[in-house]
Design a protein around this ligand. Structure first.
Ligand SMILES: NC(=O)c1ccc[n+]([C@@H]2O[C@H](COP(=O)([O-])OP(=O)(O)OC[C@H]3O[C@@H](n4cnc5c(N)ncnc54)[C@H](OP(=O)(O)O)[C@@H]3O)[C@@H](O)[C@H]2O)c1
Length: 511
């Protein structure tokens, strides 16, 4: 029986949002249209935003407030994950939406922005509480923080809210991430900086903490004595789709491994925190990364696989080979696929490999964590031809078809043979509650100052240390081409060999 929750909103956060203005830098861009505005709309629809909550868009092109509202409504109609749009909710929200035309590097724009904010009809309600959202290209992150500081916008009086949300990518290597941390922290205290990794906003990722620490059945098994290895996969079906300019400078390791995959790894592997407060949880996550020694280049030559997609078809749609994509160098050595084996050198995990993989133009779009247990002893069944019983595993599906599947050996009817069968929980079947989008959860948390689901500065730096090591190893290799994999496959043969060398194989994706 599905559980139902009578409460209208299910984004659990007991703190109340104070009246405020969210100032979005990059307000005419794709992210604002696709994610940020639908998130604010759903927060308003669920009664989570106070009356008079202001959204101020900041971008370069000229636009009136009404034109901006119209653009956002079109975006909402297109990208909202619930339909139809509640026109009354939108009408109420949109009357407090404004547009400011400014130039990000121009200090004068911020002085004028300050004046505009102070002169708003809602100024006496929002009382100088501002949430700044950096939805711009990352090369502006520094300068916006600095300009906000110089205009007196980054710090208010002690009872005023001044917070900064920063989008990914956060730096392009350890040195640039440190530099960025330094300049953001010169403008805002660390507790007011909210680095987004939208994976942390996903209900299924948060559920991992519940699954591990709110149950007594799995935690005793969650260690090197019972677990053979762990696999984490973030598979994308799409190619670079017009983002070739950015992607060719980043690749799968910087675009996905440094953030989403390491976030999933730390939550899977962390020790129970002392409490559920932000710092206790983030301390434990950082400890996991610190327990991964920087691998040597000769190790990584074997344990880090990279590849590019060749051309082909996915769902009958032709996809160019990566090197033929728009804005990608024809000699590009940027990887669209990466698979890496890491080990966490601590008491719980020593000797348990964690295999991480991510790629574009793969068979299907899905994210999952597979916990693969030790092989059961076959003493009883060997005589019946079952010399190698198959391993139990836990499939934690982050998206889509969110849920958890346990599999175990069962007797095949009428035969003396074991067969793996599934015991399955799905979010859709288990709950009827509203499943919020990640950005809804993250924005509400930033508004109430709850930073558990945001990445701390030391966490980003530790993750970069490992990604930098992978790149340093690759840079030592003289290659003219990367291995290719077919569009619509699950990656290159080298990735399969990475596990086969250890006597293992990738768990094949299911729906
Ligand atoms: N799009 C996504 O789904 C997505 C997902 C995850 C993370 N992100 C991250 O989010 C950020 C924004 O991405 P996006 O895809 O939304 O980019 P985008 O579509 O290119 O939008 C860029 C925005 O920045 C504004 N802008 C650029 N230069 C400016 C300047 N000098 N002064 C004022 N405004 C300026 C643009 O305004 P004008 O066009 O009016 O100049 C536009 O509103 C990036 O860091 C990206 O990595 C995006």
């Amino acid at each position: 029986m599905p559980n139902s929750n009578a409460a209208t909103n299910c984004i659990v956060n007991p703190k109340k949002v104070a009246p405020a203005a969210a100032i979005i830098f990059g307000a005419t861009g794709d992210l604002t249209h696709r994610k940020i505005v639908p998130a604010f709309y759903h927060l308003a629809k669920n009664g989570l935003l106070p009356d008079g909550f202001v959204i101020m868009g900041f971008a370069r092109r000229p636009k009136s407030d009404d034109e901006f509202r119209k653009d956002l409504k079109e975006a909402l109609d297109k990208f909202s994950h619930t339909k139809p749009i509640d026109e009354d909710v939108w009408a109420k929200l949109s009357q407090h939406i404004y547009y400011f035309q400014g130039d990000l590097p121009d200090a004068e724009s911020y002085r004028k922005l300050n004046e505009k904010l102070k002169g708003l009809p809602e100024a006496s309600i929002i009382q100088g509480n501002y949430l700044f959202y950096l939805a711009t290209s990352p090369n502006y992150f520094n300068i916006v923080a600095q300009n906000l500081s110089e205009a007196g916008l980054a710090t208010g009086s002690p009872d005023q809210m001044r917070r900064l949300i920063v989008e990914k990518p956060f730096g392009e290597d350890l040195a640039s991430a440190k530099e960025l941390n330094k300049s953001l922290q010169a403008a805002f205290p660390e507790k007011n900086i909210f680095r987004i990794d939208h994976y942390l906003g996903k209900e299924t990722v948060q559920n991992l903490l519940y699954f591990r620490f709110a149950n007594s059945i799995y935690e005793p098994l969650w260690n090197r004595r019972y677990i053979d290895h762990v696999q984490i996969t973030v598979a994308e079906k799409v190619g670079v789709e017009g983002r070739g300019g950015y992607y060719d400078t980043a690749g799968a390791s910087r675009d996905m491994l440094q953030n989403h995959l390491f976030q999933l790894l730390t939550i899977t592997a962390m020790e129970p925190p002392a409490s559920l407060d932000a710092e206790s949880i983030r301390d434990e996550k950082v400890k996991v990364l610190k327990s991964i020694p920087t691998p040597r280049p000769e190790e990584l030559a074997k344990s880090a696989v990279r590849a590019q997609y060749g051309g082909g078809f996915i769902d009958k749609k032709a996809i160019n080979a990566y090197r033929q994509e728009e804005k990608v160098s024809p000699n590009s050595l940027t990887e669209t696929y990466v698979a890496v084996r890491f080990e966490i050198d601590n008491w719980r995990w020593a000797g348990v490999p964690f295999y991480l993989r991510t790629g574009k133009a793969l068979t299907k779009q899905f994210t999952e964590i597979n916990i693969v247990f030790n092989r059961p002893p076959s003493v009883l069944f060997a005589a019946a031809g079952e010399a190698h019983l198959r391993r139990n595993s836990l499939r934690i599906r982050i998206q889509p078809n969110e849920g958890i599947t346990v599999n175990f050996n069962a007797k095949t009817p009428s035969k003396s043979a074991a067969q793996l069968v599934d015991m399955k929980f799905t979010y859709q079947g288990g709950f009827t509650d509203y499943l919020p989008e990640a950005y809804e959860r993250l924005i509400i948390d930033a508004l109430v100052g709850e930073s558990t689901l945001f990445t701390r500065s030391d966490e980003t730096e530790e993750a970069w240390r490992l990604v930098d090591a992978v790149h340093a190893a690759w840079d030592l290799q003289t290659v003219e081409n990367l291995p290719l994999y077919a569009c619509g496959s699950m990656g290159p043969v080298e990735s399969d060999l990475l596990l086969e060398r250890d006597g293992r194989h990738w768990v094949s994706p299911k729906d």
